[in-house]
Design a protein around this ligand. Structure first.
Ligand code: PLP
Length: 279
């Protein structure tokens, strides 16, 4: 695979980075993950806005936003990707020597990106998935898309170990989001999802779903979903760039409803897939 690394397009085996890069030592970096529909980068501006926000919050000095679209499309061409693909972009604060917790403001970020074909997840989207509930052990700035993801990694690994697709995280009695997705619940035809805050990532797919609800007059509320109320909800689904809209049919050992994706989830999927067809 040919990847992008600091203005070069090179085989992935040839990327060399100093162990003094702060993303290696401190996870001091940010990332974005986006995808195409009809060969076009979906909601590129939204992803760039979120990237700018993450960089700004961490005071990482990267300004070359205008080049990113070209980099992403070039990666797909150079790798001869003919169908829909996703792109991963990581920007680290840069290298500083010797290792100190504090950082200088003039470091040169290391920029890395690769594109890959989107994995088929139609089975999950059609039939729904199992999720597990896990304590949210992440830091208190989940609004920043930081590469510091160890507790998300552990939560997702635990999900896979338990034959589930995703770990849904909670703090006290409040569900925040998934390890790499946003979480939605449905009760009496109304859709619920956690409000934006430092406890969750502002998902681009979440944003699209709420826009579609507004446009189609589907009742929704950005309010907390409680673990203790879980049995009162009729349906659940998760959203994310590659997860799109995936129904949840089992939470831990509890089957949701009749174990099939619910009607509102199906309508949201339909609205979402129709809207991306038109981009
Ligand atoms: N929440 C978390 C913690 C994530 O890591 C992600 C995606 O990586 C999402 C939500 C979904 O965001 P998006 O819809 O922008 O992919």
């Amino acid at each position: 695979m040919i990847v992008y690394f600091n203005d070069k397009y090179i085989p992935h085996e040839e990327v060399k980075i100093s162990p003094f890069d702060r993303s290696f030592l401190f996870s001091d970096g940010v990332y974005e993950a986006l995808r195409t529909y009809n060969g076009k980068l979906f909601r590129l501006q939204d992803h760039l806005e979120r990237l700018k926000y993450s960089l700004q919050e961490l005071e990482i000095c990267y300004k070359d936003f205008d080049h990113l679209e070209n980099i992403f499309t070039k990666l797909s061409k150079i790798n001869n990707i003919k169908s829909e693909y996703s792109v991963y972009l990581q920007i680290s604060r840069g290298v500083s020597f010797p290792r100190t917790h504090n950082y200088e403001n003039n470091l040169t970020p290391n920029v890395f990106a690769f594109a890959k074909l989107i994995k088929d997840n139609s089975k999950e989207k059609n039939f729904g998935i199992k999720v597990i509930l896990e304590k949210d052990l992440r830091w208190l700035r989940c609004d920043i898309k930081s590469t510091s993801l160890l507790s998300s990694v552990m939560a997702n690994q635990n999900a896979i170990r338990n034959n589930a697709f995703e770990a849904i995280l909670f703090r006290d009695d409040i569900i925040t989001e998934g390890s790499h997705t946003n979480f939605f619940a449905v009760k009496n035809n109304k859709i619920y999802t956690a409000p934006l805050s430092n406890y969750i990532l502002s998902g681009i797919t979440r944003k699209v779903i709420l826009e579609l609800c507004k446009e189609n007059k589907i009742d929704f509320s950005e309010e907390h979903i409680k673990v203790s109320d879980i049995e009162y909800y009729d349906e659940f689904f998760i959203t994310g760039t590659t997860t799109e809209v995936t129904p949840v049919i089992q939470i831990d050992d509890c089957i949701v409803g009749d174990g099939k994706p619910g009607n509102i989830t199906r309508s949201i999927q339909e609205l979402f897939f129709n809207s991306v067809k038109q981009v």
